[in-house]
Write a protein that binds this ligand. Structure first.
Ligand code: G3I
Length: 380
């Protein structure tokens, strides 16, 4: 028995050290099978023609998500034209490798085309544009994309509990329904809260409307609200919790919440993350970890410290374990999988990076082992 374990470790370590040894016994995808957990990653279509990128992606993940290819500026570049070429490439790859596809994202305040952001529209015009966008994009991928981030990052981290100022929120009237505001008033305890909640209710109307339009476009698709910096118990996740509970009570079609999980400074409050997952899944919605990465400080030659790589592995293991301890947490997705292609570099002016399970040469890192060992341990 001992030599077999020795053989296993050596094969995996050999593989991870890129010594061209045989593929390890179990990939992330295989390790996740026992827990019926989706293990996914964000994908860039331009890299699919790179053999190491394509083979690692297909071997290790059973789900993928376009990192940028389905955002407005890419898929809806002109008022009357849609460009599905990049999205279709990714969908074709997934179909050829039996992978599920998450859609990202139908409504966001970033990566919107100039024709949308630099022209003043009435509420009715903007509502028409938004409905057409959602129904055209979701309609094109109906039956192929199983889950959508319908709305992304609508809550304002600078003003916890409030909605961010965006072209969608600031154009009152998109989908505001009498009962949206009224439903909030009912729950208010006193006038000051009453008016604040009523205001939020009316502002939130566009979110509700987008979920209704997406459901009309593909009644089978799972609909998610996706957010950053709401992974733990905090005023932002409280506001999202109130919205999701209200939507569930009023029958607004919502199936899940996406917690992005961009971990900074190697700090993750796992107990609070677990408690947050517990309360949301108790509402009857699924939780997906949608954009996980664990950024590390880089030295002058763009290398992370060895001790940080071990701490990073612990963060991946602990967060995956927290997800696996809740039946309603049904997917873990990393925001890219190789340090060769990650948003963190450009976003941090190259001071941070090395955030993902594979290094720039597609060698698996301690983070890979951390994630895989949690997956192998399965649901608790
Ligand atoms: O496509 C243009 C290309 O034509 C041009 O030559 C190039 C140079 O400027 O820019 C390319 O667009 C870039 C785009 O990614 C596609 O690569 C944009 O500049 C760049 O800003 C954009 O960055 C994306 C970022 O969202 C934008 O906000 C990242 O790739 C993407 O990883 C990141 O993802 C977001 C999630 O969607 C939501 N949660 C946070 C996460 C990280 O910001």
């Amino acid at each position: 028995m001992k030599w077999r374990a020795l053989l296993f470790v050596s094969a995996t370590t050999a593989f991870c050290l890129g010594l061209g040894a045989a593929i390890p016994e179990q990939s992330l995808r295989e390790a996740a099978q026992g827990s019926a957990l989706l293990i996914g990653t964000a994908v860039r279509p331009a890299q699919l023609s790179e053999p190491a990128y394509a083979s690692t992606l297909a071997r290790e993940f059973n789900m993928l998500e376009p990192e940028d290819a389905l955002k407005w500026e890419v898929v809806h570049p002109e008022p009357q034209s849609f460009d599905f070429s990049q999205g279709d490439q990714i969908v074709d790859f997934a179909a050829r490798h039996d992978m599920k596809i998450r859609g990202h994202t139908l409504v966001w305040h970033r990566q919107n085309p100039k024709w949308l952001t630099e022209k003043k529209y009435t509420s009715a015009e903007l509502a028409e544009i938004l409905e057409k966008h959602i129904k055209t994009v979701v309609g094109h991928y109906r039956g192929k994309i199983f889950a959508w981030d319908v709305v992304n990052e609508a809550f304002d981290e600078l003003h916890p509990g409030t909605l961010r100022s965006t072209i969608w929120r600031d154009q009152p009237g998109i989908g505001t329904t009498e009962d949206t505001a009224a439903s909030y008033e009912l729950r208010a305890t006193d006038n000051s809260v009453r008016s604040k909640l009523a205001a939020r209710g009316s502002q939130q109307g566009y979110i509700e409307q987008c979920f209704r339009w997406t459901h009309q476009a593909d009644p089978q698709a799972l609909l998610f609200y996706n957010e950053a910096e709401a992974e733990v118990l905090n005023p932002k996740s409280d506001a999202i919790y109130a919205m999701v509970r209200d939507f569930r009570q009023r029958g607004v079609p919502i199936d899940g919440v996406g917690f992005q999980m961009h971990v900074a400074n190697l700090h993750a409050d796992v107990a609070s993350i677990s408690a947050n997952i517990k309360r949301f899944t108790a509402l009857g919605v699924q939780v997906h970890i949608t954009e996980m990465d664990v950024a590390l400080p880089l030295d002058a030659s763009a290398n992370p410290r060895a001790e940080d790589l071990q701490k990073q592995a612990d963060v991946y293991r602990q967060i995956a374990t927290a997800c696996l301890s809740h039946p309603g947490c049904t997917a873990i997705q990393t925001w890219g999988f190789t340090d060769k292609y990650s948003w963190i570099g450009s976003h941090s002016k190259q001071t941070q990076g090395a955030a993902l399970p594979f290094d720039r040469n597609y060698r698996c890192k301690p983070a890979y082992e951390g994630l895989r060992s949690a997956l192998e341990s399965g649901r608790r």
